[in-house]
Design a protein around this ligand. Structure first.
Ligand code: ZN
Ligand code: ZN
Ligand code: FE
Length: 758
């Protein structure tokens, strides 16, 4: 008889890990106990040596579906073996190791809601320890029912028996519920609740009639309509005042091949417990153009709650499932707000009485077999911790504030980083409130007191100002981190780089970030570790006439690019551009801004270059309806033409020659897609040629969510024997910024500044 003490670290709480250990110990006839504590799961087990060895193997191999084991350490144990194996109850006041992400309905629960003999037949809130809401319902720690919005529902005796039984799939499933004791559904129209014996069937019928329905989900309300009904889709756009931003879809897996290409790779992305929106190649003509105007991909997710499964079955068609909000406001989460905010947009509301505590947008992933990447990290992925590389465990705790667009924040301590769910644009007051609330909640969940607060160099960011206030209030050290340095560091951190990693090279292709020299940057070749960086090359500086206005109006960037390339005579060169430039007086105002540098900051922005090229090709509206719209259209038209084209002959980072080539193609009547493809090819060649012979190149920044450009760069570097490192689990855009800030600030706080910095 020997004993072993085992410590399991990772996502091991709230996922059925203790009952799994309990069952395994019983199978192998071990004695001992298992418990939760602040570090994860602790186990003491006694038995014969062979059984103990098998026990440790099977702990890893057969862990529950939502568990993620980051480390499993075993040490021999002396003393007398206890009799039997038990689950030690959690002690009051013992902090948990955190909260797991919300997870899509598991196969066992799906089988129950489809089985007429089951007591949960057609029950929309069925869940178990392998699936269901988590972060979306948490108000505080420890993660017990009393600290979730399920506290309003008292378990019936049948549910309570499941909850207490270690051999049951619902042992300690905090949101456990059934039709007798759990949340319920109902339907409302604008005037109030309406009689509907089966709310799901009533709503499905309305959707089939072309109506628009607000559907309360797990992390917020969606607006749903029949995705194949062009009139309904157009009406939804009209009512939502949403011109061009793509609508996400929800579809049964069997229906997806009719609307999009579904590779095995994409299928696996769709089926993961996070159930993200996956960007798939659209089948031309299968859906109304208004679903995703100007795009060649559509975002599709599988039903991820029992409610969604029931609704999709009853509707029988793919549904638009776009976030339920007005214009730029965040998705609404509570019933009264949904009635108010979505009045005039929704015809019906499918309501339920389980409170959504934390707003969680749907996550977005791009299906790219060479490089699948998370573009928005929210429901299903957050707040899973990222284990950081060697040397981080000893560093002081950092709260990193992120940026203002696609904002997230990050808590780093004890060798791991917890990046928050996507919160959104902090310029919107309600989003800013959510950001502050979420910071408070995460700090409480993780018992987190920062010694360092990390912010962007841009002092105009709301995130920077809030970080300055938090640092002042708590006495934490404030560390300012350059934007593109943070992008590069985030990629290194994601891939497990040690705190003392050697400097890495990286192209950070971005919209805009504050540079260390006071200019705006966004196309940088950096050489950086977690301490400091040097800047070796960048795309040329071009004025942004009107500042922020230039980010929304691509034609301003087009004028600035042409003016910079050709001087005041740019009009002669630009007669062929395929966009409607504004009136002469308006253009002269812009020219004067550029000439005098008044309200026309200089920016080395790859994002604005894409906007300008899209404008030249007639691919952008006068005013963008969302950031990245023009660049996404440019990518979409380039994709089919990319194999048949090569780059323009441009030596160095020479935008004038690039523009001359584009204008010559325009004058010759070349197809838009061909010019777009050549632009991508040329940019990749220019950037690769400007890179010295190095051992590896990081590729990040928002522009590199462009899969065509990422693939071309990857190929160019591969041809030179240079591997690339790209973000996968955290967005390349500002959604990943906080992670990089945290890593840099943690390491930087223990050093003296380097002389070459900035
Ligand atoms: Zn389940
Ligand atoms: Zn019940
Ligand atoms: Fe950025």
């Amino acid at each position: 008889m020997s004993g072993v003490s085992i410590r399991v670290v990772g996502l091991v709480q709230g996922v059925g890990f203790r009952p799994f250990v309990w069952r395994l110990a019983h199978t192998l006839e071990l004695s001992g106990e298992v418990w939760n504590d602040a570090a994860g799961v602790g186990i003491e087990a006694w038995g014969d040596a062979a059984a103990l060895a098998r026990f440790q193997e099977r702990l890893r191999a057969e862990a529950p579906p939502l568990a993620r084991i980051d480390a499993l350490d075993a040490t021999p144990l002396d003393g007398p073996a206890p009799s039997g194996f038990s689950i030690r109850p959690s002690r009051e006041g013992v902090r948990s190791a955190g909260i797991v992400p919300d997870a899509a309905t598991c196969p066992a629960c799906r089988a129950e809601i489809a089985d007429p003999r089951d007591r949960r037949f057609r029950y929309a809130f069925t869940n178990c320890t392998h699936c269901g809401p988590r972060l979306s319902i948490v108000t505080a720690i420890p993660y017990d029912r009393a600290n979730t919005s399920m506290r309003a529902f008292t378990m019936c005796s049948a549910c309570a028996a499941e909850y207490r039984d270690p051999s049951d799939r619902r042992f300690h499933a905090q949101p456990n519920a059934c039709p007798v004791c759990g949340p319920r559904l109902w339907v409302e129209d604008a005037s109030g609740p309406i009689a509907a014996p089966d709310p799901v069937l009533a709503v499905a019928a309305a959707l089939r009639r072309g109506e628009i329905v607000a559907v309360k989900g797990i992390g917020g309300f969606h607006l749903a309509c029949d995705a194949q009904d062009a009139t309904a889709v157009a009406e939804l756009r009209r009512r939502k005042h949403r011109d061009a931003k793509p609508f996400a879809l929800m579809a049964r897996e069997a229906d997806i091949p009719q609307i999009a290409e579904l590779s095995p790779h994409a299928r696996a992305l769709l089926r993961q417990p996070a159930a993200p929106i996956v960007l798939l190649p659209a089948r031309p003509g299968a859906l109304p153009e208004a679903i995703a105007p100007g795009q060649d991909r559509i975002g599709v997710m599988l039903p991820y709650t029992p409610l969604h499964h029931l609704l999709l079955e009853a509707a029988g068609v793919p549904l638009v499932m776009t976030s339920g909000n007005r214009a730029d406001e965040p998705q609404v989460i509570d019933n009264a707000a949904a009635k108010r905010a979505l009045a005039g947009i929704a015809d019906l509301w499918l309501m339920h009485d389980r409170t959504i505590v934390n707003r969680l947008d749907d996550s977005v992933v791009v299906a790219d077999p060479a490089a699948p990447a998370v573009l928005r990290r929210a429901r299903g992925f957050a707040p899973a911790p990222l284990p950081l590389g060697d040397g981080f465990a000893a560093l002081p705790p950092v709260l990193a504030m992120g940026g203002d667009l696609k904002s997230t924040f990050c808590l780093a301590a004890g060798g791991q980083a917890i990046v928050s769910h996507h919160i959104g644009d902090l310029a919107e007051a309600r989003t800013h409130d959510d950001y502050r609330t979420a910071i408070r909640l995460y700090r409480e969940i993780y018992g987190f007191e920062p010694a360092i607060v990390a912010v962007d160099l841009h002092d105009g960011y709301h995130a920077t100002r809030w970080g300055e206030a938090l640092a002042a209030e708590s006495g934490a050290t404030l560390v300012r981190v350059q934007h593109h340095h943070a992008h590069l560091a985030a990629c290194l951190a994601e891939h497990g780089a040690a705190a003392d990693v050697a400097p890495a090279w990286g192209w950070i292709l971005d919209g805009l970030g504050m540079g260390a020299d006071g200019h705006l940057w966004g196309g940088e070749l950096l050489h950086a570790d977690f301490k400091h960086f040097t800047r070796h090359a960048h795309v040329p500086l071009v004025a942004m006439p009107g500042g922020d206005a230039a980010s929304r109006q691509p034609w301003r960037n087009l004028v600035a690019q042409l003016w910079t390339a050709f001087g005041p005579d740019w009009r002669r060169e630009a007669a062929q551009v395929r966009t409607h430039l504004p009136s002469e007086p308006e253009i002269r105002v812009i020219e004067r801004m550029i000439e005098t540098g008044t309200n026309a900051p200089l920016a080395a922005s790859t994002g604005r270059l894409f906007d300008a090229v899209a404008a030249a090709l007639g691919l952008s509206q006068r005013v963008l309806s969302f950031e990245g719209e023009a660049a996404m259209r440019l990518e979409a038209v380039a994709r089919p033409a990319i194999e048949a084209t090569g780059p323009y002959p441009v030596a160095g980072l020479d935008l004038a020659t690039l523009w001359r080539s584009i204008l010559a193609d325009l004058a010759a009547g070349a197809a838009t897609g061909v010019i777009a493809a050549r632009f991508h090819q040329t940019l990749a060649a220019m950037l690769a040629d400007a890179t010295p012979a190095v051992d590896r190149v990081v590729l990040s920044g928002g522009v590199l969510q462009n899969r065509v450009l990422a693939r071309l760069l990857r190929a160019r570097f591969a041809a030179r024997g240079i591997p690339t490192l790209e973000p996968r689990l955290f967005p390349a855009n500002d959604g990943g910024l906080a992670l990089g800030q945290a890593a840099i600030a943690a390491v930087s706080a223990t050093r003296t500044p380097a002389p070459d910095e900035g």
